[in-house]
Design a protein around this ligand. Structure first.
Ligand code: UD1
Ligand code: UDP
Length: 375
């Protein structure tokens, strides 16, 4: 037992990483055995800042890397070099990264080059298809290959790592997104009257931003929504449009100025959670939303060919429908018309954790460094 502090650098850069890592930062900061450094790449800017504000997390280092319409090459090299500088100066004992973004992949690689131990939060997710999602599947494989501690949300994720041949450092913790969701729902209040939703209509919430859906698939999604709204006078659709210009430039020309379709800017996490809760159906290609919605009892139709989150499919709260226009329309129509099917999907349980993932992660890190909290 030593009283030396364990220096942990927590690195993240996009909105979903921030939502899932801020609770980890808050948890570790409460334990005086840890010296916690928060490093943001700011792969996202506005969408990151709104989460930092909600959780009152102040980064120690902000690399401020986002560029309009950035590409994978520039962003990757900027992250590699930017994190190197901080790692060289701070020499952390452990670097924590999250998930499968460019920030996660390149920060982990940077830590590996610097011979620093790595912990991967949300480890083990796989489609086993390098092109779906692109480039995230390869980021996950890379990060897990060089991590020392892998915090898996589910048994399936642990199994995926064993399939990859990883023999140690695998732990099931649940997903920290459930910690974030419970924190927000139980501690923060908001009202979403600014959206001017009609209380007499059913609300369908839509989000779509994945690279592999750019172009035709995203157009199909938009045309499906248009058709559904024309057919069903009792529904309204809210679409917080991701700030990526590839998304904005496809969605706005097709769906602007249509009655009962509200295109809005990305919502802050708190109103977004309220909107999810108050929606009848969610259509999404988002990873995080697939994990959150089953906790809120809202059926989710996933606008993708594959998902690395099969658990909620098995439990029944989520269905994979792809990006074909007719298939999307018929699946939404079924949920609107068939009460039994709707009830079945909305009563499914959440397989992604009990809201205590951050506590398990803290304990695993303490055990790894063979240490105990200073009382
Ligand atoms: C990234 C991640 C993806 C994740 C998604 C979450 C990679 C390769 N992709 O995709 O895995 O699901 O974030 O949303 O890591 N932009 C802004 N302001 C913001 C955020 C984005 O203007 O706050 C615009 C910028 O023009 C930026 C562009 O969106 O260049 C693309 O951002 P980028 O992080 O490269 O890609 P995402 O599609 O957001
Ligand atoms: N989210 C949000 N505001 C929005 C849309 C999504 O706060 O307008 C949250 C959502 O609840 C989830 C996370 O952002 O926790 C998902 O981010 P995104 O879909 O961008 O990325 P992914 O999870 O697919 O990587």
């Amino acid at each position: 037992m030593t009283n030396k502090k364990i220096k942990i650098a927590v690195v993240f850069g996009t909105r979903p990483e921030a939502i899932k890592m801020c609770p980890v930062v808050k948890k570790l900061e409460k334990n005086p055995i840890f010296e916690v450094l928060t490093i943001v790449t700011a792969q996202h800017r506005q969408m990151l800042d709104s989460v930092l504000e909600l959780f009152s997390v102040k980064p120690d280092y902000d690399l401020n890397l986002m560029r309009p319409n950035q590409n994978l090459w520039n962003l990757s090299s900027d992250i590699l070099l930017g994190t190197k500088e901080v790692f060289d100066k701070e020499k952390p004992d452990l670097v924590l990264v999250h998930g499968d973004t460019t920030t996660a992949g390149l920060s982990a690689l940077s830590a590996f080059y610097a011979r620093i131990k790595i912990g991967h939060v949300e480890a083990g997710l796989r489609t086993f298809d390098k092109d779906y999602p692109f480039p995230e599947e390869i980021n996950r494989v890379l990060v897990d290959s060089i991590s020392d501690l892998m915090f898996c949300p589910t048994d399936k994720a642990c199994k995926n790592l064993e399939i990859q041949g990883i023999k140690k450092g695998i732990y099931k913790t649940g997903n920290t997104v459930i910690d974030a969701l419970f924190y927000v729902i139980n501690n923060k209040k908001t009202d979403i009257s600014f959206l001017n939703l009609n209380p007499n209509l059913k609300t369908i919430l839509l989000t779509s931003h994945r690279r592999e859906n750019f172009g035709e698939p995203l157009k199909n999604i938009c045309y499906a929504i248009k058709e559904l709204v024309e057919k069903n006078k009792d529904i309204q659709v809210v679409y917080p449009v991701h700030l990526n210009p590839n998304v904005q430039n496809t969605v706005r020309p097709i769906l602007s100025n249509i009655e009962r379709i509200k295109l809005v800017e990305p919502l802050d996490y708190l109103p977004f959670c309220t909107l999810m809760k108050e929606s009848s159906i969610i259509l999404t290609d988002s990873g995080g939303v697939q994990e959150e919605a089953p906790s809120l009892g809202v059926p989710v139709l996933v606008l993708r060919q594959e998902t690395e989150r099969p658990e909620a499919l098995e439990f029944g709260g989520v269905k994979l429908v792809g990006t074909n226009k007719e298939t999307i329309v018929s699946n939404v129509q079924q949920l609107l018309d068939d009460k039994i099917e709707y009830e079945k999907m909305s009563q499914a349980i959440n397989p992604y954790g009990d809201g205590l993932a951050c506590s398990y992660i803290e304990k695993i890190i303490l055990d790894y460094f063979d240490n105990r909290p200073v009382l």
